[in-house]
Design a protein around this ligand. Sequence first.
Ligand code: FES
Length: 256
Amino acid sequence: MSIEERRKFLKFLFAATITSVVPPHKLLGKIFPTLKNKEDELLGIYGISLLDYPQLNDLWGSVRIKVEGTIMYYPKIIIVRVPKDDYNVDFICVSERCPHEGYPIKDLDPDTHLFECSGHGTLFDVTGKYVWGPASRDLERINLHYDGDKTIYLEIPLYPLTKLEEKKDLAYLHQNNPNPCSDITEIQFGCLSRSFVEIKLFDMKGNFIKTIFAGECSSAGDIVRFSVEDLSNGSYLYRMFINGKPFNTKKMIVTK
Ligand code: FES
């Protein structure tokens, strides 16, 4: 694989999915980072356009972001628009991981503007500052730059560079798009080394339904298109196997 192909593969590997804050966490879009080396870290710079995510134009509006593939960072974060007069900034971005035992925080309470941990109830303010409960520490803040107009840039540490160079078996499975879906949906996946890949669909009890894809995968961005027309409404799991071993599982929602 050439250096350019590897770079392209890494952009796909570290793609971020943006979803709504309210269940069923509708997929709003996918963003690919600009990669940057900083000392022994690979950083991803993610540009989020306010034109694509109008939720962020509203005061207290928010979206959830999940960064795929990273091993340096808890991959789920939340970004909220806040009143500049009160916070001196337009946006705040925090990790969803509670520092107590790692449970995710719930959505921002619309009245109190507090986050509550889904594990043991610790409260944090919108800046991630600890307020009450067993965690006793703040949520992690993510570096953010807003250009004052249309784009927010997040800077996220992704991988130690030395470890990344050693890795030969990197792979990814993206969230199907659109999700929820009603007729055709697409699943993107990739493997750094030539491998035999299967993507299989299961119901939520783990019963096998059908094989979505089976074949060789070696490029940066294979995409399989899949019809859900013969499936009933509800939630499903699709699971990727590489050379027979389970690799990753995602949830697909069908609504017709
Ligand atoms: S994990 Fe959050 S309070 Fe325990």
